[in-house]
Design a binder for this molecule. Structure first.
Ligand SMILES: Nc1ncnc2c1ncn2[C@@H]1O[C@H](COP(=O)(O)OP(=O)(O)OP(=O)(O)O)[C@@H](O)[C@H]1O
Length: 347
């Protein structure tokens, strides 16, 4: 097969052109998965017990009372046992040219969590994911992986003990490769699995995202929604010949945008099904220890997240459990939840 011809720098399925500078950023995220029955996918318990924190009462307080924001965020983060924190963002700042996007983003993701990042368009959610994944460097602040500071872009050695994968909003498939080659890319490139076994796994993973019989198609022959699901299948396929894997954090950038409601449900259940909660997850093959989802979709927020971080004005302005989002009295959250034009968020 022609996969080696396409030996571009693959960073979690990223075309080389996007991140050619991170040549050390080899594919370290083949996905893990363990399919349950569809009913077990839905049988998800909330493991998070931290209370919600309203970080300011709206944009005005965010702008005028920054110390309070930081103080409250610290209180939330302090409630986490340090040993269970996989990734921490500490006071992250990021600008593109003159445009300051992130102005001090701080949060922790702990083992077993399913966290959503929400907020208005253009507020920097994807930027946060790219910084978490090590594909962008913050201008200021730091990312800690299991308590160890990562100085720059991702490096396999630096993040040993934890693998971080990013599923791109745009699917980012290799145009010249078939669906089979795209989904099985990691295994063709980095495993010793026989090709027929990889092909079998590809078919199995495609079926899990609701796609059958498209293995020989090229990405150009797929709809946008199908491409997204192929990318998802690629992110969760794993080398089933291995006995144990390191814990893995998957970052999903709008995994259900553009999907019809039923396809969205398939993807949301899939995201849940590959998630292994609790401390045992670091030795369970085929499971994701924690994941972060950036989404605008209500169904995805409700079905696929336990805890939410609300990003606005360059900072986390609210965080809490997903079920508390709808009843929050924070004006920013209320406006966002209702879709009202009136409120602190201006377009
Ligand atoms: N590489 C880049 N160069 C210049 N500007 C960028 C770059 N990446 C992002 N931006 C800008 O940073 C801002 C935040 O972008 P980002 O994609 O992180 O937002 P978002 O919250 O994910 O948006 P959406 O919800 O619409 O997907 C936007 O104004 C975007 O144009």
């Amino acid at each position: 097969m022609s996969i080696s011809a396409a030996r571009l720098t693959i960073a979690w399925g990223t075309p080389a052109a996007s991140f050619h500078s991170s040549s050390r950023c080899r594919a370290s995220v083949s996905g893990r998965r363990s399919w349950g029955s569809s009913s077990s996918w839905r049988n998800v318990l909330c493991t998070c017990s931290a209370p919600p924190r309203n970080l300011g009462d709206g944009l005005a307080s965010l702008e005028s009372d920054n110390s309070r924001v930081v103080e409250n965020l610290g209180a939330f983060s302090d409630s986490m046992n340090e040993g269970e924190v996989l990734i921490e963002c500490r006071d992250i700042h990021k600008s593109f040219g003159e445009k300051q996007i992130l102005r001090g983003v701080s949060f922790k993701i702990r083992h077993g969590e399913a966290v959503g990042i929400i907020g208005p368009s253009g507020t920097g959610k994807s930027t946060v994911l790219k910084i978490l994944a090590g594909l962008l460097s913050p201008d200021r602040g730091e990312v800690l992986i299991r308590g160890r500071k990562r100085p720059g872009l991702v490096d396999d050695e630096e993040i040993s003990g934890l693998r971080i994968g990013l599923v791109f909003q745009s699917a980012a498939l290799f145009d010249s490769l078939t669906v089979r080659e795209n989904v099985g890319f990691q295994l063709y490139e980095n495993s010793n699995m026989p090709q027929d076994k990889i092909a079998e796994l590809v078919t199995e993973n495609l079926a899990a995202v609701g796609l059958k019989g498209i293995e020989n198609r090229l990405p150009s022959e797929l709809s946008g929604g199908m491409k997204k699901r192929v990318a998802l299948a690629r992110s969760i396929i794993y080398d089933s010949t291995k006995e144990a894997v390191e814990p893995e954090v998957l970052l999903y950038d709008e995994p259900t945008a553009g999907l019809d409601p039923i396809a969205s449900t398939v993807v949301e259940d899939l995201i849940r099904s590959v998630h292994q909660k609790g401390e045992s997850s670091d030795r369970r093959l085929g499971m994701i220890a924690s994941y972060v989802v950036v989404t605008h979709q209500h169904s995805t927020i409700k079905r696929a997240t336990d805890r939410l971080l609300f990003l606005y004005g360059g900072r986390i302005v609210w965080e809490g459990m997903t079920h508390e989002f709808a009843t929050s009295t924070n004006p920013i959250v209320r406006q966002f939840a209702s879709g009202s034009l009136d409120g602190p968020i201006k377009y």
